[in-house]
Ligand binder design. Sequence first.
Ligand code: ATP
Length: 139
Amino acid sequence: MSDKPELTVSVVTPDGEVYEKKTTLAICKTGEGELGIMPNHTPVLASLAIDEVRVKTGEDQYDEIAIGGGFLEFSNNVLSIVASAAERKENIDASRAERARDRAKERIEKAQNEHDAKELKRAEISLKRALNRIKISGH
Ligand code: ATP
C-alpha cells in the first residue's frame, strides 16, 4: 500500500502502546456513530464507544481491536487512540471474557435487587466490555 497516502494509527492504554500501524483507512465507533478516517481527513476529536476499531491492512482485510472506551484524536495523518483498555482480536482471551460476562450478569441482578443504581451502572459497563471482547474474538 506504499503508493497510496497513509495515516498512522496508534493505540495507547494505561499499560502502554498496544498497537501501531500505517493504513489507508481506520473505522472507529465514536459516541456519535461510525467514523471512517482516511489520510488527510480534517482534524477530529471524539469519544470512543465500547466497541471495535478496524484498521485496513489489505483488500478486504482488517486488524480488529477491542476498545474499552476512550477517545480519539486525528491530526497531521496520525490517529491517536487513547483507551482505558484495548486488545487486538488475536490477544483476546475469550474464556476470560465469558467469565467476566457471567460475573457482570450476577452483579447486575444483585444491584437490581438492592436498588443500587451506581453499582448497576458499573456492572452494565463491565458486561458491555465483556460482550464486546466476546464478539470481536469471534466466539
Ligand atoms: P476481567 O474481569 O477479566 O479482568 P475487566 O473488564 O475488568 O475484565 P479491564 O479492567 O477492562 O478488564 O482490563 C484490565 C486489563 O486486562 C487490560 O490490560 C485489558 O486489556 C486486559 N483484559 C481484560 N480482559 C481481557 C481478555 N478477555 N483478554 C485479554 N485481555 C484482557
